[in-house]
Design a protein around this ligand. Structure first.
Ligand SMILES: [Zn+2]
Length: 345
Protein backbone atom coordinates (compact mmCIF):
# COMPACT_ATOMS: atom_id res chain seq x y z
CA UNK A 1 0.00 0.00 0.00
CA UNK A 2 2.78 2.41 0.97
CA UNK A 3 4.40 1.99 -2.44
CA UNK A 4 1.20 2.79 -4.27
CA UNK A 5 0.65 5.92 -2.20
CA UNK A 6 4.18 7.12 -2.86
CA UNK A 7 3.76 6.70 -6.60
CA UNK A 8 0.55 8.69 -6.51
CA UNK A 9 2.11 11.50 -4.51
CA UNK A 10 4.99 11.84 -6.93
CA UNK A 11 2.75 11.88 -9.96
CA UNK A 12 0.42 14.41 -8.34
CA UNK A 13 3.37 16.75 -7.70
CA UNK A 14 4.61 16.40 -11.23
CA UNK A 15 1.15 16.84 -12.62
CA UNK A 16 0.75 20.10 -10.70
CA UNK A 17 4.15 21.25 -11.94
CA UNK A 18 3.09 20.62 -15.51
CA UNK A 19 -0.12 22.55 -14.90
CA UNK A 20 1.78 25.56 -13.60
CA UNK A 21 4.49 25.60 -16.21
CA UNK A 22 2.52 25.07 -19.35
CA UNK A 23 1.47 28.10 -21.33
CA UNK A 24 -1.80 29.56 -20.18
CA UNK A 25 -4.42 31.87 -21.60
CA UNK A 26 -5.21 35.29 -20.14
CA UNK A 27 -8.68 36.75 -19.62
CA UNK A 28 -8.76 38.23 -23.11
CA UNK A 29 -7.90 34.89 -24.67
CA UNK A 30 -4.27 35.77 -25.42
CA UNK A 31 -1.41 33.36 -24.89
CA UNK A 32 0.85 34.21 -22.00
CA UNK A 33 4.15 32.75 -20.89
CA UNK A 34 4.71 30.08 -18.29
CA UNK A 35 8.24 29.69 -16.96
CA UNK A 36 9.46 28.15 -20.19
CA UNK A 37 10.43 24.67 -18.98
CA UNK A 38 7.51 23.06 -20.72
CA UNK A 39 6.94 23.34 -24.42
CA UNK A 40 4.22 25.56 -25.79
CA UNK A 41 2.63 22.54 -27.34
CA UNK A 42 -0.13 21.02 -25.31
CA UNK A 43 -1.66 17.59 -25.97
CA UNK A 44 -3.51 17.24 -29.18
CA UNK A 45 -6.61 15.10 -28.73
CA UNK A 46 -9.93 15.58 -27.13
CA UNK A 47 -13.45 14.21 -27.27
CA UNK A 48 -15.57 14.80 -30.37
CA UNK A 49 -17.38 17.72 -28.75
CA UNK A 50 -14.19 19.29 -27.53
CA UNK A 51 -12.53 18.92 -30.92
CA UNK A 52 -15.47 20.42 -32.74
CA UNK A 53 -15.83 23.30 -30.30
CA UNK A 54 -12.26 24.48 -30.57
CA UNK A 55 -11.73 27.52 -32.77
CA UNK A 56 -10.74 26.76 -36.34
CA UNK A 57 -9.28 30.18 -37.06
CA UNK A 58 -5.64 30.78 -36.11
CA UNK A 59 -5.15 32.42 -32.69
CA UNK A 60 -5.21 36.21 -32.99
CA UNK A 61 -2.13 37.34 -31.13
CA UNK A 62 -0.12 40.52 -31.40
CA UNK A 63 3.23 40.53 -33.23
CA UNK A 64 4.83 41.58 -29.95
CA UNK A 65 3.50 38.55 -28.10
CA UNK A 66 4.31 36.23 -31.01
CA UNK A 67 7.97 37.28 -30.78
CA UNK A 68 8.05 36.19 -27.12
CA UNK A 69 6.73 32.67 -27.74
CA UNK A 70 9.13 29.70 -27.66
CA UNK A 71 8.69 29.12 -31.39
CA UNK A 72 11.27 29.34 -34.15
CA UNK A 73 12.60 32.69 -35.33
CA UNK A 74 14.72 31.65 -38.28
CA UNK A 75 13.98 28.73 -40.57
CA UNK A 76 16.70 26.03 -40.58
CA UNK A 77 18.51 25.11 -43.80
CA UNK A 78 17.27 21.91 -45.39
CA UNK A 79 17.79 20.11 -48.69
CA UNK A 80 15.67 17.53 -50.44
CA UNK A 81 17.94 14.57 -51.23
CA UNK A 82 15.56 12.44 -53.28
CA UNK A 83 11.95 11.92 -54.29
CA UNK A 84 10.12 8.86 -55.56
CA UNK A 85 6.62 7.94 -56.68
CA UNK A 86 4.96 5.42 -54.36
CA UNK A 87 1.74 3.69 -55.38
CA UNK A 88 -0.16 2.99 -52.16
CA UNK A 89 -2.42 0.25 -50.85
CA UNK A 90 -4.94 3.00 -49.98
CA UNK A 91 -5.43 4.29 -53.52
CA UNK A 92 -3.75 7.63 -54.18
CA UNK A 93 -0.17 7.75 -55.42
CA UNK A 94 2.20 9.69 -53.22
CA UNK A 95 5.60 11.24 -53.80
CA UNK A 96 7.93 10.56 -50.91
CA UNK A 97 10.56 13.27 -50.35
CA UNK A 98 13.59 12.69 -48.11
CA UNK A 99 15.32 15.67 -46.52
CA UNK A 100 18.65 16.42 -44.85
CA UNK A 101 19.07 19.42 -42.58
CA UNK A 102 21.55 21.43 -40.52
CA UNK A 103 20.00 20.70 -37.10
CA UNK A 104 20.22 16.92 -36.84
CA UNK A 105 21.28 13.86 -38.84
CA UNK A 106 17.81 12.33 -39.09
CA UNK A 107 16.06 11.63 -42.38
CA UNK A 108 12.89 13.70 -42.16
CA UNK A 109 10.28 13.09 -44.83
CA UNK A 110 7.48 14.74 -46.73
CA UNK A 111 4.65 12.55 -48.00
CA UNK A 112 3.43 14.64 -50.92
CA UNK A 113 0.10 14.22 -52.68
CA UNK A 114 0.36 15.68 -56.18
CA UNK A 115 3.07 15.16 -58.81
CA UNK A 116 3.21 18.90 -59.43
CA UNK A 117 4.17 19.97 -55.90
CA UNK A 118 7.87 20.63 -56.46
CA UNK A 119 10.74 20.95 -54.02
CA UNK A 120 12.88 23.99 -54.75
CA UNK A 121 16.09 22.33 -53.51
CA UNK A 122 15.48 19.04 -55.33
CA UNK A 123 14.67 20.60 -58.69
CA UNK A 124 17.32 23.35 -58.75
CA UNK A 125 20.13 22.63 -61.19
CA UNK A 126 23.21 21.41 -59.35
CA UNK A 127 26.83 21.65 -60.52
CA UNK A 128 27.58 18.95 -63.12
CA UNK A 129 23.92 17.92 -63.08
CA UNK A 130 22.87 15.56 -65.87
CA UNK A 131 19.37 14.64 -67.04
CA UNK A 132 19.98 11.11 -65.83
CA UNK A 133 21.04 12.25 -62.37
CA UNK A 134 17.97 14.45 -62.18
CA UNK A 135 15.69 11.53 -63.00
CA UNK A 136 17.43 9.25 -60.49
CA UNK A 137 17.03 11.72 -57.63
CA UNK A 138 13.41 12.35 -58.65
CA UNK A 139 13.71 15.86 -60.15
CA UNK A 140 11.60 15.15 -63.22
CA UNK A 141 8.24 16.30 -64.59
CA UNK A 142 5.44 13.87 -65.45
CA UNK A 143 6.15 10.16 -65.21
CA UNK A 144 9.23 7.99 -65.62
CA UNK A 145 9.16 5.16 -68.16
CA UNK A 146 11.78 2.73 -69.48
CA UNK A 147 14.11 4.52 -71.88
CA UNK A 148 13.20 8.08 -70.88
CA UNK A 149 16.10 10.50 -71.54
CA UNK A 150 15.06 13.98 -70.37
CA UNK A 151 14.08 14.81 -66.80
CA UNK A 152 13.00 18.38 -67.55
CA UNK A 153 10.63 17.50 -70.41
CA UNK A 154 7.76 15.01 -70.48
CA UNK A 155 6.71 14.03 -74.02
CA UNK A 156 3.47 12.43 -72.96
CA UNK A 157 2.02 15.43 -71.11
CA UNK A 158 3.96 17.98 -73.22
CA UNK A 159 5.22 19.61 -70.04
CA UNK A 160 8.59 21.31 -69.74
CA UNK A 161 10.33 22.78 -66.73
CA UNK A 162 12.12 26.12 -67.00
CA UNK A 163 14.93 27.53 -64.90
CA UNK A 164 16.43 30.90 -64.07
CA UNK A 165 20.00 31.74 -65.10
CA UNK A 166 21.12 30.63 -61.66
CA UNK A 167 19.43 27.27 -62.14
CA UNK A 168 16.38 27.82 -59.92
CA UNK A 169 13.14 26.18 -61.00
CA UNK A 170 10.63 28.73 -62.29
CA UNK A 171 7.25 28.02 -60.72
CA UNK A 172 4.79 28.10 -63.61
CA UNK A 173 1.14 27.05 -63.27
CA UNK A 174 1.49 24.68 -66.27
CA UNK A 175 3.99 22.48 -64.44
CA UNK A 176 3.98 23.44 -60.76
CA UNK A 177 1.17 23.49 -58.21
CA UNK A 178 0.29 27.05 -57.21
CA UNK A 179 -3.08 26.43 -55.54
CA UNK A 180 -2.47 27.53 -51.98
CA UNK A 181 -3.76 26.84 -49.41
CA UNK A 182 -3.81 23.05 -49.31
CA UNK A 183 -4.26 20.60 -46.41
CA UNK A 184 -1.16 19.73 -44.40
CA UNK A 185 -0.54 17.41 -41.47
CA UNK A 186 2.61 17.54 -39.39
CA UNK A 187 3.15 14.09 -38.00
CA UNK A 188 5.81 12.94 -35.56
CA UNK A 189 7.15 9.43 -35.97
CA UNK A 190 5.65 6.82 -33.67
CA UNK A 191 7.25 3.43 -34.21
CA UNK A 192 5.03 1.73 -31.65
CA UNK A 193 1.76 3.12 -32.98
CA UNK A 194 2.53 2.90 -36.70
CA UNK A 195 4.59 -0.28 -37.00
CA UNK A 196 4.20 -2.36 -33.82
CA UNK A 197 0.37 -2.13 -33.76
CA UNK A 198 0.37 -0.33 -30.39
CA UNK A 199 -3.03 0.52 -28.94
CA UNK A 200 -1.45 2.86 -26.39
CA UNK A 201 -1.88 5.83 -28.72
CA UNK A 202 -3.71 6.73 -31.91
CA UNK A 203 -0.74 7.89 -34.04
CA UNK A 204 -1.20 5.14 -36.64
CA UNK A 205 -4.85 5.99 -36.99
CA UNK A 206 -4.11 9.71 -37.26
CA UNK A 207 -1.55 9.11 -39.99
CA UNK A 208 -4.05 6.98 -41.94
CA UNK A 209 -6.81 9.52 -41.47
CA UNK A 210 -4.61 12.43 -42.57
CA UNK A 211 -3.68 10.45 -45.69
CA UNK A 212 -7.33 9.77 -46.42
CA UNK A 213 -8.37 13.42 -46.02
CA UNK A 214 -5.49 14.81 -48.08
CA UNK A 215 -5.77 12.04 -50.68
CA UNK A 216 -9.38 13.05 -51.32
CA UNK A 217 -8.40 16.65 -52.09
CA UNK A 218 -5.64 15.57 -54.48
CA UNK A 219 -3.02 18.03 -53.25
CA UNK A 220 -1.36 18.34 -49.88
CA UNK A 221 1.41 17.06 -47.69
CA UNK A 222 2.15 15.10 -44.53
CA UNK A 223 5.45 16.27 -43.08
CA UNK A 224 6.82 13.23 -41.26
CA UNK A 225 9.29 14.25 -38.56
CA UNK A 226 11.58 11.69 -36.94
CA UNK A 227 10.91 12.74 -33.37
CA UNK A 228 9.75 9.57 -31.67
CA UNK A 229 7.82 9.78 -28.40
CA UNK A 230 7.17 13.52 -28.55
CA UNK A 231 10.89 13.99 -29.10
CA UNK A 232 12.30 11.87 -26.25
CA UNK A 233 13.34 8.88 -28.39
CA UNK A 234 12.13 5.28 -28.45
CA UNK A 235 14.22 4.02 -25.51
CA UNK A 236 12.90 6.67 -23.15
CA UNK A 237 9.40 6.23 -24.51
CA UNK A 238 9.44 2.55 -23.54
CA UNK A 239 10.47 3.56 -20.01
CA UNK A 240 7.57 6.02 -19.99
CA UNK A 241 5.22 3.16 -20.87
CA UNK A 242 6.44 1.22 -17.85
CA UNK A 243 5.78 4.27 -15.65
CA UNK A 244 2.30 4.43 -17.15
CA UNK A 245 1.74 0.80 -16.20
CA UNK A 246 2.83 1.86 -12.70
CA UNK A 247 0.07 4.47 -12.59
CA UNK A 248 1.34 7.66 -14.29
CA UNK A 249 -0.40 9.22 -17.28
CA UNK A 250 1.37 10.07 -20.54
CA UNK A 251 2.36 13.58 -19.44
CA UNK A 252 3.33 12.65 -15.89
CA UNK A 253 5.53 9.80 -17.15
CA UNK A 254 7.56 12.15 -19.35
CA UNK A 255 8.04 14.57 -16.47
CA UNK A 256 9.16 11.78 -14.13
CA UNK A 257 11.87 10.90 -16.66
CA UNK A 258 12.90 14.58 -16.56
CA UNK A 259 11.70 15.24 -20.08
CA UNK A 260 9.34 18.07 -20.94
CA UNK A 261 5.76 16.93 -21.51
CA UNK A 262 6.37 17.62 -25.16
CA UNK A 263 9.90 17.99 -26.56
CA UNK A 264 8.93 18.35 -30.19
CA UNK A 265 10.09 21.13 -32.47
CA UNK A 266 8.43 22.12 -35.71
CA UNK A 267 10.87 24.51 -37.42
CA UNK A 268 11.99 21.71 -39.77
CA UNK A 269 8.37 21.24 -40.84
CA UNK A 270 8.17 24.94 -41.65
CA UNK A 271 11.37 24.71 -43.71
CA UNK A 272 10.10 21.66 -45.62
CA UNK A 273 6.75 23.28 -46.41
CA UNK A 274 8.47 26.42 -47.71
CA UNK A 275 10.75 24.25 -49.86
CA UNK A 276 7.65 22.65 -51.39
CA UNK A 277 6.09 26.05 -52.09
CA UNK A 278 3.30 25.44 -49.56
CA UNK A 279 3.37 28.75 -47.72
CA UNK A 280 -0.38 28.89 -47.06
CA UNK A 281 -1.96 25.83 -45.51
CA UNK A 282 -4.98 24.33 -43.78
CA UNK A 283 -3.50 22.46 -40.81
CA UNK A 284 -4.93 19.11 -39.75
CA UNK A 285 -4.63 19.16 -35.96
CA UNK A 286 -6.61 19.32 -32.74
CA UNK A 287 -4.04 21.57 -31.15
CA UNK A 288 -4.48 25.29 -31.87
CA UNK A 289 -1.04 26.00 -30.37
CA UNK A 290 0.55 23.92 -33.15
CA UNK A 291 -0.59 26.59 -35.59
CA UNK A 292 1.70 29.12 -33.90
CA UNK A 293 4.56 26.62 -33.77
CA UNK A 294 4.41 26.06 -37.53
CA UNK A 295 3.97 29.72 -38.41
CA UNK A 296 6.93 30.81 -36.26
CA UNK A 297 7.76 34.27 -34.98
CA UNK A 298 7.85 35.72 -38.50
CA UNK A 299 4.84 33.85 -39.90
CA UNK A 300 6.94 32.17 -42.58
CA UNK A 301 3.90 30.00 -43.17
CA UNK A 302 0.33 31.23 -42.93
CA UNK A 303 -2.31 28.87 -41.57
CA UNK A 304 -5.73 29.75 -42.99
CA UNK A 305 -7.66 27.36 -40.76
CA UNK A 306 -7.42 24.30 -38.58
CA UNK A 307 -9.05 21.06 -39.73
CA UNK A 308 -10.04 18.89 -36.72
CA UNK A 309 -8.93 15.25 -36.45
CA UNK A 310 -11.72 13.36 -34.68
CA UNK A 311 -10.54 10.02 -33.23
CA UNK A 312 -12.39 7.18 -34.91
CA UNK A 313 -13.02 5.62 -31.47
CA UNK A 314 -15.48 8.50 -30.88
CA UNK A 315 -17.30 8.06 -34.13
CA UNK A 316 -19.33 5.12 -35.37
CA UNK A 317 -16.44 3.89 -37.50
CA UNK A 318 -14.65 1.87 -34.86
CA UNK A 319 -11.10 3.00 -34.13
CA UNK A 320 -8.71 1.84 -31.43
CA UNK A 321 -10.22 0.19 -28.39
CA UNK A 322 -7.95 -0.48 -25.42
CA UNK A 323 -7.72 0.30 -21.73
CA UNK A 324 -4.47 2.16 -22.36
CA UNK A 325 -5.83 4.49 -25.02
CA UNK A 326 -8.67 5.60 -22.78
CA UNK A 327 -6.09 6.84 -20.29
CA UNK A 328 -4.00 8.41 -23.04
CA UNK A 329 -6.92 10.34 -24.45
CA UNK A 330 -8.31 11.39 -21.08
CA UNK A 331 -4.91 12.81 -20.05
CA UNK A 332 -5.07 14.95 -23.16
CA UNK A 333 -8.69 15.94 -22.57
CA UNK A 334 -7.88 17.26 -19.08
CA UNK A 335 -5.28 19.58 -20.57
CA UNK A 336 -7.46 20.51 -23.51
CA UNK A 337 -10.13 21.65 -21.04
CA UNK A 338 -8.07 24.77 -20.38
CA UNK A 339 -8.40 25.81 -23.96
CA UNK A 340 -12.15 25.40 -23.72
CA UNK A 341 -12.53 27.54 -20.63
CA UNK A 342 -10.79 30.46 -22.29
CA UNK A 343 -10.67 29.65 -25.97
CA UNK A 344 -8.33 31.38 -28.37
CA UNK A 345 -10.01 33.42 -31.08
ZN1 LIG B 1 1.98 7.19 -30.88
Amino acid sequence: MAKVRKTRLITKELYDRAEQEIYFKTEDGMLAEGNGDISLLSPTISSTDVVNNLPRKPPAISDELRKKLPIHGSVPKIRCVSRARIPTTKGPEIFLHLYENELDSKEHLAIVFGEDIRSRTLFEQRPKDTQEERMVRGAYVGRLFPGRIYADEDEESQKELHFTEKGQLIREPETTYMGNPCPVRIHSECYTGETAWSARCDCGEQLDEAGRIIGETGHGCIVYLRQEGRGIGLGEKLKAYNLQDLGADTIQANLMLKHPADARSFSLATAILLDLGLSEIDLLTNNPDKILAVEGKNQDIKVRQRIPMVPLAWTTEGGIKSKEIEGYLSAKIEHMGHLLEKPLH
